[in-house]
Design a protein around this ligand. Structure first.
Ligand code: ZN
Length: 494
């Protein structure tokens, strides 16, 4: 079940242990790096170094992933592991121990999982097409999830300015008030213009290798069109740790790692207030932006700073702060029911078999149909009786991909059905932009928040059983954030 555990013995120092070895490393600012990035040095290794391989290009394309399902620790890669582990412990509510599960671990009946440090669970797709984007097709490259917001802002004309950089110190090269990411320059071609409109489509939990393959084999013709007219990074966008939904949606929107933007995980424990914080649940996720640290700027806020008066739209997306239209705002006002009214039955663009066989697929499809209807209505100029000008920035999050990839694993029939349906919804969104006559002035981004890995039937269970049997008093938040000590843990070890 457990690949390794990570902890921070003292500020700026980190240790990662596996059953067959351990590595200690330290973080130091790099004064030679103009962007103000951190540098990491290994200070000790015993046995096998569990973070030996940090290659972001490992296990891609799809054929390589399929030939190496559930790789063992000796054959797995943990991209950018030092940076991704260190940032987590900058958060005042970081756990004592971060448990990183194996590729094979199947904690529930779900066949697909994510959340850990390894490359398949970390790799989200990244495709962009339109003015300002190079037309290079599928290229041999990678980036990080935190790089997406700075790149969009650069595309819209934001110049580097003074803010807080990756070290937490003042920096003259940032486009958001606080920024860990960098502009992905290989994606950009300023000769192709500056877009008037940017539309981002997030396909939650879409395994990058599977999605790129579906774009080529015709399952996702609209994604294929984006790749042909733009650039896709073959090795994807590497998610921040933990590779879970809310932490990385917020990283996409802020350009910061979870330990720096504040939305650390789907749940955590706050020793200072002796309180459990649950961010991702049907009851709480519309309120999750309350956990953003001060000094953090969202992409909606940056777009408004850059283009005063611009309309920004946030559809089915919890990281919505600063947006003019937001589904979550309707939820906060108790008006969300209006978004689900009058849905056609049967639902168009929804796979009949899986609508009948999977409750998760059915719900995800309904939610995504609502997302599409919100997006096409606003782009059509009228939504719920309110008139809208053309949005400068539109974010649409689709969810059935995550539901389907969890249910059957990334290489299943239900996953293919979810990709096909979501691609058709993307096609309708592109058509809505085209109807307003601005397709050639609009740049599209396609991203996900994390990857998804096929787990193994032989690897179920929960490490809590072993911890309890060993007499280790602890609480485990969001599966893997271990806080040592008694039930309250307030008196537990720091
Ligand atoms: Zn997700």
């Amino acid at each position: 079940m457990v690949e390794m555990v990570a902890f921070s013995p003292s500020p700026g120092t980190y240790e990662v242990r596996a059953v067959d070895g351990a590595v200690s490393f330290a973080r130091i600012p790099d004064p030679t790096d103009i962007s103000g990035d951190m540098r990491y040095v290994v200070t000790a290794v015993t046995g096998r170094n569990p973070l030996e391989l940090q290659d972001p290009t490992w296990l891609s394309p799809l054929s390589v992933e399929l030939a190496n399902r559930q790789p063992r620790r000796q054959g797995n890669s943990y991209p950018l592991a030092f940076e991704r582990i260190a940032q987590l412990f900058d958060h005042p509510c970081a756990p004592d121990l971060c448990v990183l599960h194996t590729a094979a671990h199947r904690p529930t009946s779900h066949r697909g999982e994510h959340g850990s440090l390894d490359v398949v669970q970390s790799r989200a797709p990244l495709v962009a097409a339109g003015p300002g984007i190079a037309r290079r097709g599928l290229v041999d490259g990678w980036c990080r999830v935190v790089d997406v917001a700075p790149t969009i802002l650069s595309l819209l004309g934001a110049q580097p300015g003074v803010g807080t950089g990756p070290t937490g110190q003042s920096n003259g090269e940032v486009r958001l008030a606080r920024q860990d990411g960098r502009v992905i320059f290989p994606l950009l071609d300023p000769a192709t213009g500056v877009p008037d409109h940017v539309v981002v489509v997030l396909m939650d939990g879409a395994n990058a290798n599977v999605l790129y393959h579906a774009a080529v084999d015709g399952t996702m013709p609209n994604v294929g069109w984006l790749v042909d007219h733009g650039t896709a990074l073959a090795h994807g966008a590497i998610a921040s740790l933990p590779t879970v939904t809310l932490a990385n949606h917020t990283s996409l929107h802020t350009g910061c790692h979870p330990g720096h933007h504040g939305v650390l995980h789907n749940a955590w424990f706050d020793r200072a207030t002796d309180r459990q914080v649950v961010t991702e649940s049907p009851a709480t996720w519309q309120e999750s932006m309350q956990w953003l640290f001060s000094g953090i700027e969202t992409i909606h806020e940056s777009v408004h700073r850059l283009r005063p008066g611009a309309l920004t739209v946030s559809i089915n997306e919890p990281a919505d702060r600063g947006s003019d239209y937001s589904t979550m705002e309707l939820m906060r006002r108790g008006q969300v029911r209006r978004l689900m009214e009058g849905m056609p039955d049967p639902l168009p663009l929804a796979d009949e078999r899986w609508m009948a066989e999977s409750e998760e697929f059915r719900w995800g499809s309904l939610v995504d149909a609502s997302a599409l209807r919100q997006a096409t209505s606003i782009w059509g100029g009228d939504h719920l009786g309110v008139k809208y000008p053309l949005p400068t920035f539109t974010w649409v999050s689709f969810s059935v991909t995550d539901a389907a990839f969890h249910h059957g694993g990334p290489h299943s029939e239900i996953a293919q059905a979810a990709l096909k349906d979501t691609d058709a919804r993307l096609g309708q969104l592109i058509a809505a932009v085209d109807r307003r006559g601005v397709l050639d002035r609009t740049t599209f981004f396609l991203v996900a928040d994390h990857g998804m890995e096929e787990t193994a039937e032989h690897c179920p269970g929960d490490w809590g059983v072993a911890l309890a049997a060993a007499g280790v008093a602890h609480r485990d938040e969001a599966s893997g954030f271990i806080y040592l000590g008694g039930p309250g843990t307030a008196s537990g070890p720091a």
